[in-house]
Design a protein around this ligand. Sequence first.
Ligand code: GDP
Ligand code: ZN
Length: 300
Amino acid sequence: MISGMVVSGYGGFYQVRRDDCGAVVDCKPRGRLKQSYSKIYPGDRVEISLLPAGDGMIEAIGPRHTRLSRPQLVNFDQLIIVLAWKLPEYDLLLLDRVLVLALEARVRPVICFNKLDLLEEGEAPLFQDIRAVYQAAGFSVLGVSAKDPASIEALKEQLGGGISVLAGPSGAGKSTLLNQLLGEGSAETGVVSDRLRRGRHTTRYARILPLGADAAFGFIADTPGFFALELPQSVTDRDLPGYYPDFQLDEPCRFDGCLHLSEPDCRVKQAVAKGRVDPERYRRYQRLQEEIKTREVVYW
Ligand code: GDP
Ligand code: ZN
């Protein structure tokens, strides 16, 4: 039996990348797995057996540690949140929302400001401030430009293995960065991107591609079309504070389960007043609490 990872699914086959040599084998699931045929996703760890014709049979599927339904993808490790400095201008409310999404899905978020070539001299302190707020909260923040190869290398090194996914608003530069990360111009990726283009319209599945020779930097998922960027339905008003590492203070609020909204003796609000917690991020937190409230359906 050979171990591998499902990297895509099309043509009635799943493409499985062998761990031992990196070759990709077209596979069908063994009969008893077929009942759950639709339940095999890119990112799945599988055991395969090779058939004489050169294709393979999926014999077993391993456990999953993360799962997304839009796009369908499992077992990814990092969510690279791509925001453009301009054109279109970054939206920090969207960023905070996607950070909740990432933490809820138990993946490491990497905040990536793209198009920094458009950053004008006077704007540098603003970028530094934003970066400092999120770094203080414990997040990785990178500034890159698709026009600056050194910054793309730095991004690659940040990823350091596992499966990464790019998410962010349309126009932020995700496809451009994906191409740069994969290394445009290399004959091999030329073939891959051709297959990608054809596949794009025929599948809702993500496709996983190796980063660097022998996947030295891990893998990156090319996700077809739209990425759901809203707050997961499962996140309630009580859960939300838990997704703010910067709100976890040494001294607890007076009330257990404090929502940090209008409760008395709220340490978070005190920290906001003292500037220890960024007031803008706190305001966006209030907005997300509003979103949850207006979305919440109450069943009696
Ligand atoms: P996507 O919708 O997120 O996949 O965004 P695209 O990759 O299609 O990029 C949208 C536009 O932004 C394209 O015209 C790109 O050429 C441009 N773009 C991407 N990255 C950069 C960058 O770092 N700097 C500048 N100036 N333009 C960029
Ligand atoms: Zn509180």
